[in-house]
Ligand binder design. Sequence first.
Ligand SMILES: [Zn+2]
Length: 267
Amino acid sequence: MLADVLCLRSQPLMLAPLVLAVVLTGCYDPGYQLDSADEPVAAQQQTWDSQDGNPTHATHSYMSEFALDQLKGWYPQLQQYRAQIVDGSNRELHELPVSDPEQEALRVAVGGTNWACDRPAILWDDARAAYSSGDRAKAWWYVGIVLHFVQDMGAPAHAFHVVHQASVSQMDNFEFLALQRWAPYYDANRSDPVLASPADYIEFGGAWTVEDFQQAFPGKAYTRTMFATSWLWAPTAQKNFVRNRQGRGALATQWALLAAVAGFARL
Ligand SMILES: [Zn+2]
């Protein structure tokens, strides 16, 4: 299944070292079972790794689960709709078509791009309309999709609009490191700006990532291949950057989710 995730079926010789890197660095989660409802969606285009067809626990899931765990004590409704939020945050609605008709229509409507989408406000409009009509499960699923884009912009390839895919020839090494190990530092070097819409955190998250990168690697231009392909030989500065971005992406998710709670409360 890892071959599906990384689109390596036609490149078996490349698979062995990549699998070895994943296993040796300890991220493989043998307890994770794919849900029968899961189906491959835009597998060519995983960013941070997402759930569908992924034998590891997805980075998008980790970030959403962190946000939910921080807020569920205050807002029990979040726990009630946890599955919908996590599922939404694993949707990959970018520039490539997806198989599910509803998701494909949504992808076209929001103008999916390689890094995020052009019209994320549509998702928040759809979420509020669903909430107002009483379909809270659908409303929180839309919010989850917004969270996905917030999370994506926590990765430098997205923040700098560096086009990449899951295939080996177009792989983003930073995201491959993140897939191998979830090891976040929750060291927020800023606080929640309390934006009006969860969709506003997409742009905010990208700017945060750009600033972090420029601080960590002054004078360097981001490329897909500048990071190591394994934690085993990645320099400390790269490992710290990945860990900070994992944690701060999760924090941006938390703040965006809180903005959705506040937005629904205003309806
Ligand atoms: Zn994505």
